[in-house]
Write a protein that binds this ligand. Structure first.
Ligand SMILES: *[C@@H]1O[C@H](CO)[C@@H](O)[C@H](O)[C@H]1NC(C)=O
Ligand SMILES: *[C@@H]1O[C@H](CO)[C@@H](O)[C@H](O)[C@H]1NC(C)=O
Ligand SMILES: *[C@@H]1O[C@H](CO)[C@@H](O)[C@H](O)[C@H]1NC(C)=O
Ligand SMILES: *[C@@H]1O[C@H](CO)[C@@H](O)[C@H](O)[C@H]1NC(C)=O
Ligand SMILES: *[C@@H]1O[C@H](CO)[C@@H](O)[C@H](O)[C@H]1NC(C)=O
Length: 410
């Protein structure tokens, strides 16, 4: 009870040391072109998969019609390679006229009419990573105004082709320029990833006050190695990263690759569980037209989304490691918890693990907790601090548990 009132008090006090644009009080959810579609501009021979308004509209249709939007996946984001190779005569960025013949404003209107939001991409530097015109210090204001005039809802601001001095000037300047447009635009900064992601080169206090989310580390690739490398980096640096996150300001371990080619079913669960524990943005990059039912069920798991979207906004962390088994824990609002037991091993035997809530320091509620297996969608019963929890975790897989106090009052 007193835990509930403490949380309520914190909520009422509206504590926020974050970019004050009112956006993403919980991690953003959506879809983005990059990981799956890259810089495919070949609409002649690959019309269904090239970066174009056609692709964005198709994904927006899927998101509205196949249950994604209603679960919270609302941002439809264009990454690199959307623009012309030259700015127009007024110095403004313009979309490629063959691939975006209706223009960006019309595309934003289309996306908005579906109850979705449109994301766009630019790059602090001379060129984008794909070689398109970049946003230099002298074009920041123009570009912010251009994006706002198109009624864009999110900007991913990359960092190729600039040095550290220019980034240190440009990222705060773009934040101010977006604010000055008067349009709330989710601001995603790639800045820290270009500076190694750690202090002293990265100042997370400053980032939290100018950006809504930021990429800390390397780009994700379509493989388990890549996912595991990212998970390990977040674990290793969690003392720095965990306090940086909160409502309105999120660490971004990069896109979800569930539904693509590189992950097994078990590995997809592992990425999703750890991203939910990390309070990470859930931005898919996949083909929603052709996604398997298994992948869709994982991405649309309501309890997983509930955990990810927890309004306390506290990033979880790795709390113990026994050989290849890792236990990750996230504290949720009103005394609830999420626990992920990850088996990084590749030896075939599902690894047994025994524990109890006392050992995991989940003891506030002395009446005990109701336990749920998130992916199996199964209620496991009531557990006190000494009730044995015995599980088996598949190789490169995870058991993802949700804990709710028996005396829970929403
Ligand atoms: C960007 O362009 C300027 C002006 O041409 C040049 O001086 C600078 O070295 C370039 N920066 C990078 C990182 O390429
Ligand atoms: C960074 O780039 C700017 C503009 O191109 C240049 O004036 C400055 O000397 C560069 N700084 C460093 C540390 O390379
Ligand atoms: C701009 O910043 C001010 C002060 O932080 C804030 O109150 C306002 O909501 C911001 N506006 C937008 C559009 O982000
Ligand atoms: C980090 O940024 C904050 C806010 O901008 C500032 O007050 C603080 O001095 C900076 N810390 C360091 C170590 O530069
Ligand atoms: C539980 O808390 C104790 C005391 O604070 C600490 O020593 C121990 O490492 C914690 N265990 C876990 C799994 O978090």
């Amino acid at each position: 009870m007193h835990l509930t009132s403490l949380c309520l008090l914190l909520t009422l006090m509206g504590l926020c040391w974050c970019l004050d644009n009112g956006l993403v009080r919980t991690p953003p959810m959506g879809w983005m072109t990059w990981q799956r579609y890259r810089c495919n501009i070949d609409c002649k021979s690959d019309p269904d998969n090239c970066i174009s308004e056609n692709l964005i509209k198709i994904m927006a249709d899927e998101m509205a019609d196949s249950g994604w939007r209603d679960l919270g996946y609302v941002y439809v984001c264009i990454d690199d390679c959307w623009s012309q190779k030259q700015r127009d005569s007024n110095g403004r960025l313009q979309p490629d006229p063959e691939r975006f013949p209706s223009g960006m404003k019309a595309l934003a209107d289309y996306v908005h009419a579906k109850g979705l939001k449109l994301g766009i991409y630019s790059d602090m530097g001379n060129y984008t990573c794909g070689g398109y015109p970049g946003t230099t210090l002298d074009t920041i204001k123009t570009d912010a105004e251009t994006f706002a005039s198109w009624e864009v809802d999110m900007l991913k601001f990359d960092g190729c082709y600039s040095n550290s001095t220019e980034k240190a000037l440009g990222y705060p300047k773009m934040s101010e320029a977006l604010n000055a447009t008067g349009r709330p635009i989710l601001y995603s900064c790639s800045w820290p990833a270009y500076e190694g992601g750690l202090p002293p080169k990265v100042n997370y206090t400053q980032l939290g006050s100018i950006c809504n989310m930021w990429r800390n580390y390397d780009d994700i690739d379509d493989s388990w190695d890549s996912v595991l490398d990212i998970i390990e980096w977040y674990a290793k640096n969690q003392d720095v990263l965990q306090p940086a996150a909160g409502p309105g300001r999120w660490n971004d371990p990069d896109m979800l690759i569930t539904g693509d080619f590189g992950l097994s079913y078990e590995q997809s669960k592992s990425q999703l569980a750890i991203w939910a524990i990390l309070a990470a943005p859930l931005i898919m990059s996949n083909d929603l037209r052709a996604i398997s039912q298994d992948a869709k069920d994982l991405l649309q798991n309501r309890l997983l989304i509930y955990i990810n979207q927890d309004s306390l906004g506290k990033q979880g962390s790795l709390i113990s490691r026994i050989g290849n088994l890792e236990v990750w824990k996230r504290e949720l609002i009103n005394g609830q918890y999420a626990l992920a037991v990850l088996n990084k091993g590749t030896d075939g035997l599902p690894r047994p693990y025994s524990t109890n809530l006392g050992l995991l320091n989940v003891t506030q509620c002395t009446d005990g907790y109701k336990l749920y297996n998130v992916f199996e969608k199964e209620y496991l019963g009531m557990f006190t601090s000494s009730t044995p929890i015995i599980i088996r975790v598949n190789p490169t897989g995870v058991i993802f548990l949700f804990l709710r106090p028996v005396s829970y009052i929403p």
